[in-house]
Design a protein around this ligand. Sequence first.
Ligand code: NAI
Ligand code: 15L
Length: 264
Amino acid sequence: MKRILLTGAAGNLGKFIRVKLAGWTDVMRLSDLNDINDATDNEEVKCCDLGDKEMVMKLVEGCDGIIHLGGVSTESTFDSILNGNIVGTYNLYEAARKHGIKRIFFASSNHTIGFHERETQLDADSTMRPDSLYGVSKCYGEMLASLYHDKYGIETARVRIGSCFEKPLDRRMLATWLSADDFVSLIVRVFECDRLGCPVIYGASANKERWWDNQKVRYLGWEPKDSSANFIDEPYLAQRAGNASDPVVRYQGGGFASAGHFED
Ligand code: NAI
Ligand code: 15L
């Protein structure tokens, strides 16, 4: 893999991916809305707004694959989601089509299915039940990837990331937590496997508590190694569970399911 474009490179996940994947590609092309001033020798920086079609066309030129993390990453106003996640993801796929990109890692989210109750076991074929406008925008991204796969042959890993943080931050994340190492090992598998297709993959570590089943993507050979169970001494585990009828406890999306609407 020669040159990989990393969008959202200045964000939380982008920052550690740069470090953990250093040397994996000949060149990592970094992009974000925010400036990036600490590029290393095998990184190059091309910052732009994903909503700017012409800039995105230039951004993608010369790349061999894309790790697409850029965009609005939590609930927000429709206008900002429209620009970053709807228009932005379209611009990226159009540029990928025109520049012959073969493979994309799309950072989708568990908020595409956040209104499923926690007792419901989901797999790749479960119905989308977004819990926010943000979740709806990720459903759109997944469907756009499907179209560009079926019509133009661009392979995409549609990864419904759970909660990728240094450690689980609350009781819900015992099920949704994805470690940085497991996230990076998934990225590597996505670009190194012979055939990818356009699968939906749940991005969670090998946690004991599980809501999501990745049986349908066993062919990828991705084996997460970490577990939220290793954080057994964290204080939130000693807390009593919340009220079971509270949407924050009832639904997989947690607080996103109960959050109010963001007015433009
Ligand atoms: P983040 O918010 O820290 O990073 C996103 C980056 O995208 C930011 O640096 C931001 O400046 C950039 N961005 C926003 N709008 C843009 C635009 N119009 N043009 C160009 N760049 C723009 O989010 P984080 O946590 O790093 O997440 C990365 C991706 O993974 C996001 O797409 C998010 O939705 C997804 N994800 C993350 C999860 C997590 O646990 N961190 C869970 C599920 C999904
Ligand atoms: C997401 O989609 C967000 O990007 C991240 O900040 C977390 O809120 C995560 O989901 C989660 O559900 O924990």
